[in-house]
Design a protein around this ligand. Sequence first.
Ligand code: SF4
Length: 154
Amino acid sequence: MNILVSACLLGINSRYDSGNNYNEEIAELRSKHFLIPICPEQLGGLSTPRLPAEISKGNGSDVLSGRSYVKNSCNIDLSAQFIKGSMEALNIAILYGCSVAILKAKSPSCGKDHIYDGTFSKTIRNGNGVSAQILIDNGIKVFNESEDFLSYLE
Ligand code: SF4
């Protein structure tokens, strides 16, 4: 199966602070599956390193519909870059026929079910990031790294 994966979960230093979130269990899936690393924030044109960003008073769905926006810690609106990155991630998923994605939790791009609340205080709220949302809206089964993706992939 072709699986879209947040690049940072595969050890690629794409995080805002140039770090990664390597997850061995996910990386080992490559023995049975074709893993396609994507970083929607880089695909949207943002540099690495970059300032942290959070969705302000909303979720990925709100950003995609223009009801909310993504801002960085200097209050710069990055919604256009986040939306562009989400569309590029979707393009790659379609190109490779991915029906499943495993994405990094809490990210304003990749987060599924839980994201930071826009106050830069490590407070979590319910909701998806922009890219997770656009993938879900287009029929792709999205997991975060804490969910039981192994059972689904058996
Ligand atoms: Fe990882 Fe996604 Fe953030 Fe890129 S946008 S660093 S892939 S969580």
